[in-house]
Design a protein around this ligand. Structure first.
Ligand code: IMP
Ligand code: MG
Length: 199
C-alpha cells in the first residue's frame, strides 16, 4: 500500500514524457513482480474459454481500449475459439476534481456499427473508473446487442465513480502497476508480468 500523495507524484512522473535509455535505471524501478506471466496466462485462458461458451453462435466484437489493453486483448482473442472481431478505441476523459464530467474525447473510434454486435470492452485497469464509465455511456447510446466490460486489473480502493466491470481477472491494492500493456511514461508495457513501479 502506498500513500496517496506518493501515488500522485508517481502518476505525475509517469505522465511526463522523457526518453529513457539507461537500462540499469529502467530495471531498478521495477520493484517486484506482483502477478507472474503464468498466473496471467491461466486467468486469460479461462476468461477466453468462458467467453467462447457464453457467446457461441452470436456476433461478437471485442473492443480494445488503447493503449493499455493491447496485450491483454491480443492474448484474450487467442483464447477465444468462436468467431469474433476486434475493434480499437482510444479515449481520454475529462473531469474536474473527483467529478466525472461525462465528457470523453475519442482519439480513435470503432469502424464497426455496434448495433449488430454483442460487445465486450477489454480494458487494462479500472482505477478511478471514470474512463470506462464514460466509454460505457457512449457505447450504450449506439445500441449494441449487449455490452460487457472485462478488465485485467481492478484497484477498487481508488474508485471515485460508481463503476463495476462485469469481469475482473485480478483485484490489486493501491500501487502503481506496470507491465503487460500498462506503462509509466510509455515504458514497461512490454514486461510479460505485472510489476510494482517505484522511483
Ligand atoms: P481510470 O482512472 O479508471 O479512468 O483509469 C484511466 C487509465 O489510467 C487506465 O486505463 C490506465 O491506462 C491508467 N492507470 C490507472 N492506474 C494505473 C496504474 O497503476 N498503472 C498504469 N496505468 C494506470
Ligand atoms: Mg488505459
Amino acid at each position: 500500500m502506498i500513500k496517496y500523495n506518493i501515488y500522485l507524484k508517481l502518476l505525475k512522473i509517469c505522465k511526463g514524457k522523457l526518453i529513457m535509455q539507461n537500462t540499469e535505471e529502467y530495471q531498478r524501478k521495477i520493484k517486484r513482480i506482483v502477478i507472474s506471466e503464468e498466473e496471467i496466462h491461466k486467468a486469460v485462458k479461462s476468461a477466453g474459454e468462458k467467453i467462447s461458451i457464453e457467446y457461441r453462435d452470436k456476433p461478437l466484437l471485442i473492443v480494445s481500449i488503447l493503449k493499455g489493453s493491447f496485450i491483454f486483448a491480443a492474448d484474450l482473442l487467442k483464447n477465444i475459439t468462436i468467431p469474433c472481431e476486434i475493434g480499437f478505441m482510444a479515449a481520454e476523459s475529462y473531469y474536474n476534481g473527483t467529478q466525472s464530467s461525462g465528457n470523453v474525447r475519442i482519439n480513435l473510434d470503432l469502424k464497426q456499427d455496434i448495433s449488430k454486435y454483442h460487445v465486450i470492452i477489454a480494458e487494462d485497469i479500472v482505477d478511478t473508473g471514470r474512463t470506462l464509465n464514460d466509454i460505457v455511456d457512449l457505447l450504450k447510446k449506439r445500441s449494441p446487442l449487449s455490452l460487457k466490460v472485462i478488465a485485467l486489473l481492478d484497484k477498487p480502493d481508488r474508485r471515485t465513480v460508481d463503476f463495476r466491470a462485469d469481469e475482473v481477472l485480478f483485484t490489486i491494492p493501491d500501487f502503481f502497476a506496470v507491465g503487460y500493456g500498462l506503462d509509466c511514461g510509455e515504458y514497461y508495457r512490454n514486461l510479460p508480468y505485472i510489476a510494482e513501479y517505484g522511483e
